[in-house]
Design a binder for this molecule. Structure first.
Ligand SMILES: [Zn+2]
Length: 334
């Protein structure tokens, strides 16, 4: 297939990021983000969307009859305040060090939920600054994936699930995995934003996550991601990001081979370095790398693992190329 080269239009990428990051959200109150995603996918000829019984938004790109090998996942919520169904006071849902919660930082209300009063979206050089980069950057990346597959007229199939209520312990991903709506051969790849770690630096490319705080991920899917990144010359890192857990831990627990990719992020969960409430930020280069990586993964994948096939070939060649030495010394080992 002749595929037009290059990467998606810069203005389009920024407008998708702006639209999704500007949508207010909190755990269980993901309807604004969901509407933005639906709007951004609405015009794409090969993309269909539906909901599961929990309200996770499932999007499928299908052009031709090649079966899907991957389902990507990102969550639509962010830590925030929600009106308590018990007594109408504000409950904070999501992980936050208690010192930060007691600051009395100003809030912005959106009906039944509230977020920290922070700029929703800004772009300063390569820095994407947002009130909720976690995980609206992951959601925007999946929307960009679909736009890229359309631009490239890719003859392929893939799924993406925009999940709910991750910040309280990935309930959306648990519900997804418990009633897995896809073929059992479909693999799950979680797209997240994460704290930098020693050996994993912001701006050095997306991190292919060998595991999180609770799980080691599927070596075959992880191997495919690394191979695609290398073959396509995508700047990337490979690391165990174990200061948090992602949705791949939930899907893998229910038997779906899973992997993870993270974009490293500053001011994780709006906790600034000096003890204040700050917007989160990521590097646009890392975001572009993640979009490129998942797009190429979908395009290059067949029904079998490409990394396992490459390894099998290399192992056999290694034996063949050294056969004369083996034969020459075999008598010593009889
Ligand atoms: Zn989070």
């Amino acid at each position: 297939m002749d595929t037009p080269k290059g990467f998606m239009n810069h203005q389009k990428l920024i407008s998708i990021l702006r639209r999704i990051l500007s949508s207010p959200t909190a755990p269980f109150h993901e309807y604004h983000v969901r509407r933005s995603i639906r709007d951004l996918l609405a015009g794409l000829p090969h993309v269909t969307t539906r909901s599961d019984s929990f309200g996770n938004l499932i999007a499928t790109y299908q052009f031709g009859d090649k079966p899907a090998r991957f389902c990507f996942g990102a969550h639509m919520d962010h830590p925030g305040f929600v009106l308590s169904p018990r007594n109408g006071t504000w409950d904070f849902l999501g992980g936050m060090p208690p010192g930060y919660l007691n600051l009395g930082a100003p809030l912005e209300e959106f009906g039944e939920f509230a977020m920290w009063r922070l700029p929703a979206f800004a772009l300063e050089g390569n820095r994407v600054i947002g009130r909720a980069c976690d995980d609206l950057v992951g959601c925007a990346s999946m929307v960009c994936l679909f736009h890229e597959l359309e631009r490239l007229e890719a003859v392929t199939t893939c799924h993406a699930v925009f999940t709910r209520a991750e910040e309280v312990g990935f309930i959306g991903a648990i519900r997804l995995a418990q009633s897995w709506p896809f073929d059992p051969t479909v693999r799950f790849v979680s797209l997240e934003t994460s704290l930098p770690m020693p050996g994993a630096k912001l701006g050095d490319g997306p991190v292919i996550r060998v595991g999180d705080g609770q799980s080691v991920f599927d070596h075959v899917v992880t191997g495919d991601l690394s191979l695609v990144a290398r073959e396509c010359g995508i700047n990337h890192q490979r690391a165990l990001l174990d200061r948090g857990s992602c949705e791949a831990t939930a899907t893998q627990f229910y038997g779906i081979p899973s992997a993870g990719i993270s974009v490293l992020m500053g001011n994780y969960h709006n906790c600034g370095p000096d003890g204040g409430i700050e917007p989160e930020f990521v590097d646009l280069v890392d975001v572009k790398g993640m979009i490129n990586l998942i797009t190429q993964l979908v395009i290059r994948s067949g029904s079998e693992s490409i990394s396992q096939a490459a390894l099998a070939l290399r192992f056999e060649e290694r034996i063949k190329n050294h056969a004369i030495y083996d034969r020459a010394t075999a008598a010593h080992f009889r």
